[in-house]
Design a protein around this ligand. Structure first.
Ligand SMILES: [Zn+2]
Length: 479
């Protein structure tokens, strides 16, 4: 396992001044905007749920309060869905149109886009330790992963960005099964196992350790060929570990540079576990696309982050440290004092930095690292943290989870808004989340969930919409 010697894990930093790094980071910004990622757009083929309607299926929402995620205040109106897409927003629908549609009477309930979790681990098993994430056998783990994917959709999340898979192929297998309409789940972008240098984080069993630039290039190439949408570099420590603190930086520069170059050459993105200031600078310097955590941001790094705000996404994943400090003990998971103190300090610093990022227009998205015993699947509530801890208004938090969700999922003109032409990934919410953002943390407030124009949840329990016999493994033709 990794050394506790901070000097040993940051050998590459000694000879480079921060100023030099920031200068290079600025140049990288110019270069990166011209990098065309040939993304593997698995989203386009997504069916999204078992109950896929035909392209002629028409669904109408009448008398809803439309929260369209353009920034406009909600307004009353009707919305029409045909096949997978939204075709009309706001205009009163005629009786002729309604005659052809499955009609929902909204009675003023909120109609909004499905949500995005930008830091998803379908494969995190609700274990009570990091080691626990590696212990489930493959068969059970596959089933668990399918269930957690469904849980996200049950909770209104129609977009999930995979932030590392405990077993290499699980994220991809589940993404593919969802896209084929075999199991219900959100649109997702799959990741592989997170990569770290030999003495880095996290742990054997879920981490792919790499030991030199050639090794990371070969690993990225292999993962890209297998079909991941992104790779993840674990670039700093973590307070839950005894041997590496959050502010320890673990990835040598040459490996970051080689890994990012290989990923982009393969048309895939790189996300990073980057809590330390130095690891965040590396992300900016070498063109990493998505920064997770970003807890310890110095003033100079903040400027560099701002300079790249058009291309970079930050997802802080505050729920784990928050739950560790405030809730873990009560749930029966005693937290060692060092871990408690470490996260308490980190979250305090991170909140100040994230407020500053918001002020500067840096894209900060919800996404919570769920899947530990103290933060189990189904308890998704990052938008609450954005409002309560980061001074987002409910509207700003929703825009981050929807419109920015469409951006980070690489379909800003088709996902994350209630607009004509967008995919019909919609929530009919019993209540107004602008009055109380926590409404969106409780799935019982979601009366209808639509993904790809098909109905995943309908509290009216219309059997003709909930069930499709020919796709059932129970009642299908087994002769
Ligand atoms: Zn994570």
């Amino acid at each position: 396992m990794a050394s506790t010697d901070v000097q040993r894990v940051v050998p590459h930093s000694a000879f480079k001044s921060v100023l030099h790094r920031l200068f290079v980071a600025c140049i990288m910004n110019d270069l990166m905007v011209s990098v065309v990622l040939i993304q593997q757009l698995h989203l386009q083929q997504a069916n999204g749920c078992l109950h896929a309607g035909s392209d002629n299926t028409v669904i109408a929402f009448v008398d809803v309060n439309i929260l369209d995620s353009t920034g406009r205040e909600p307004y009353p109106g009707d919305v029409l869905v045909r096949g997978k897409r939204i075709v009309s927003v706001g205009d009163k629908l005629s009786p002729e149109v309604l005659k052809t549609a499955k009609v929902y009477q909204g009675n003023g309930r909120t109609l909004m886009s499905g949500l995005c979790d930008a830091h998803t681990h379908f494969t995190w098993t609700n274990a009570d330790s990091l080691d626990g994430l590696a212990e489930m056998e493959t068969e059970e783990h596959t089933l668990f992963t399918a269930r957690s994917a469904r849980t996200f959709l049950d909770c209104g999340y129609t977009m999930c960005l995979g932030a590392a898979s405990a077993k290499q192929r699980l994220d991809m297998v589940i993404r593919n099964a969802i896209n084929a309409g075999e199991i219900p789940g959100p649109r997702s972008l799959a990741n592989g196992q997170e990569m770290a240098p030999a003495d880095g984080a996290l742990i054997p069993g879920i981490t792919k350790f790499v030991d030199c630039p050639d090794d990371i290039v070969a690993t990225v190439d292999k993962m890209a060929k297998e079909g991941v949408d992104s790779v993840k570099f674990s670039m700093s420590g973590e307070e839950i570990l005894e041997n590496l603190r959050a502010e320890d930086t673990t990835f040598p520069d040459d490996m970051v540079a080689a890994g990012v170059e290989a990923a982009h050459a393969n048309g895939i993105r790189v996300c990073s576990h980057a809590r330390s200031d130095e690891s965040i600078i590396q992300c900016l310097q070498y063109g990493i696309d998505i920064i997770y955590h970003a807890s310890f941001v110095s003033d100079s790094t903040m400027y560099a982050l701002e300079a790249q705000k058009d291309r970079i996404f930050v997802a802080p994943a505050l729920n784990f440290p928050y739950a560790t400090i405030h809730e873990a003990e009560a749930m029966g998971y005693p937290v060692p004092k060092a871990e408690y103190n470490g996260y308490a300090r980190e979250i305090e610093v991170a909140i100040a930095g994230l407020k500053e990022m918001k002020k500067r227009g840096i894209k900060v998205l919800p996404g919570g690292d769920y899947g530990f015993a103290r933060t189990p699947h189904g308890t998704y509530r990052d938008m609450e943290h954005f409002v309560n801890l980061l001074d987002f208004t409910p509207m700003e938090a929703i825009l981050s989870a929807t419109a920015l969700g469409g951006e980070i999922m690489l379909h800003p003109h088709e996902l994350g808004k209630v607009q004509p032409g967008y995919y019909a990934d919609l929530l009919l919410v019993n209540g107004n989340p602008l009055d109380d953002i926590s409404i969106l943390s409780h799935k019982e407030n979601l009366d209808i969930i639509l993904i790809n124009g098909c109905i995943h949840k309908d509290v009216t329990n219309d059997p003709s919409l909930q069930y499709e016999a020919e796709k059932s493994l129970v009642n299908g033709d087994r002769s």
